[in-house]
Design a protein around this ligand. Structure first.
Ligand code: TXA
Ligand code: MG
Length: 342
């Protein structure tokens, strides 16, 4: 298959974007940027188009896709009326890095939401994504654009080779603004429950509806049937063994990192600690307290480290609070739950 590449980094070309929208409408698949990570999209009302995504990503069939919309008519077409709390969340966080699990209508193809009664809906705010969906005139199902188990793509160049020849188009929109996938939230027994943490935090949700809890699966390794099926799969993993280390006590944290050093170790950690490990390959994810920056950099760094000639990876953790919760949720998965906290 020929893959057409469009460069919208400095300028969005309306005609080319309309071409991509037409491809999606016709049942082809393509890669586009959103404010969180790049997505690989298809017509969400077309079973065959959706199955092309599962094939291209090598994704497990029981892992449902998020449906992306650009207006509220699309929402009405595919979901049952939201409850009052769900509506408040929609009003507060659409468009944005937020996916809400709602009850789906029967017109959603079973391949798209893995035959569940519910469906994840997100309205991206990124201009390219928004216009692409609007021009296509149909909801677009789109998982993150990465081969299953690999880190999500936050720059087109990181994922190009994984999908060349497997998709009809790729749109380069530059590095994504946020860098981690959307917050996934489901209102369960009247309480918003975070199934996957992201830029929209528990505190943000509490400020809108007064309550919010974290799903039990966020930091657990093996729940047989988590509410968010994606949580049970291997994720974001480099090919070398890795450990994630954290302590709120700065000197203990450094001591633990030093104890785990081996000859060919790469360290992913804060800018402040870089000078202490000058003999090792060090990948700074940004300043300790700049969680937005860390969020933005983490997937690209995980991909970069994977290309180095090293035998072992040590990752410095952050405090599991605010945005730190989402960062740690991804990092713990990236080391396959090999996590040390003291
Ligand atoms: O930021 C994002 O959400 C990106 C961009 C492209 O929009 N998309 C994304 O999709 O991260 P994906 O497929 O990589 O992750 C979707 C997550 C999975 O963990 C999946 O299990 C969960 O959302 N999910 C989807 N539908 C669900 C449903 N009906 N019930 C529970 N979890 C659901
Ligand atoms: Mg993904």
């Amino acid at each position: 298959m020929e893959t057409k590449i469009f460069d919208f980094r400095t300028n969005l070309n309306e005609e080319e974007l309309k071409y991509c929208a037409k491809c999606l409408k016709e049942g082809k698949i393509g890669i586009f940027p959103t404010e969180t990570v790049y997505g690989i999209g298809a017509n969400a009302l077309n079973n065959e188009a959706a199955s092309l995504i599962f094939k291209a990503k090598n994704r497990a069939k029981d892992n449902p896709l998020i449906i992306h919309i650009s207006n509220f008519k699309m929402l009405k077409d595919i979901t049952k009326p939201p409850t009052k709390i769900e509506q408040q969340l929609i009003d507060a966080f659409f468009p944005g890095p937020f996916t809400l699990i709602l009850r789906g209508k029967k017109n959603i193809p079973s391949k798209v939401n893995a035959g569940l009664k519910t469906v994840g809906i997100r309205m991206p705010e990124n201009e390219i994504a928004h216009k692409l969906i609007e021009y296509a005139g149909i909801p677009i199902c789109a998982p993150s654009a990465n081969l299953s188990s690999k880190p999500s793509g936050t720059k087109l160049e990181d994922i190009k080779s994984e999908f060349m020849g497997k998709v009809s188009f790729m749109i380069d929109g530059g590095p994504t603004k946020i860098g981690l996938e959307s917050t996934v939230c489901e209102v369960i027994d009247g309480i918003p429950t975070i199934l996957r943490p992201g830029k929209i935090t528990k505190e943000d949700i509490i400020s809108v509806v007064g309550s919010c809890k974290l799903d039990a699966s966020l930091f657990k390794e093996s729940i047989a049937t988590p509410r968010s099926p994606g949580m049970k799969y291997k994720h974001y993993a480099p090919s070398k063994p890795a450990i994630l280390i954290y302590s709120p006590d700065e000197s203990l944290l450094l001591k633990l990192i030093k104890e785990h050093l081996k000859p060919k170790t790469a360290i992913i950690g804060s800018k402040e600690h870089q000078h202490l490990f000058s003999k090792y390959q060090y990948f700074s994810y940004g300043k300790k307290n700049d969680l937005e920056e860390i969020m933005h950099n983490i997937f690209t760094i995980l991909r970069k480290v994977d290309k180095e000639d090293i035998d072992y990876i040590i990752i410095e953790g952050v405090k599991k609070e605010g945005l730190g919760l989402a960062i740690m949720n991804r990092l713990i998965r990236s080391v396959s739950f090999n996590y040390l906290e003291k």
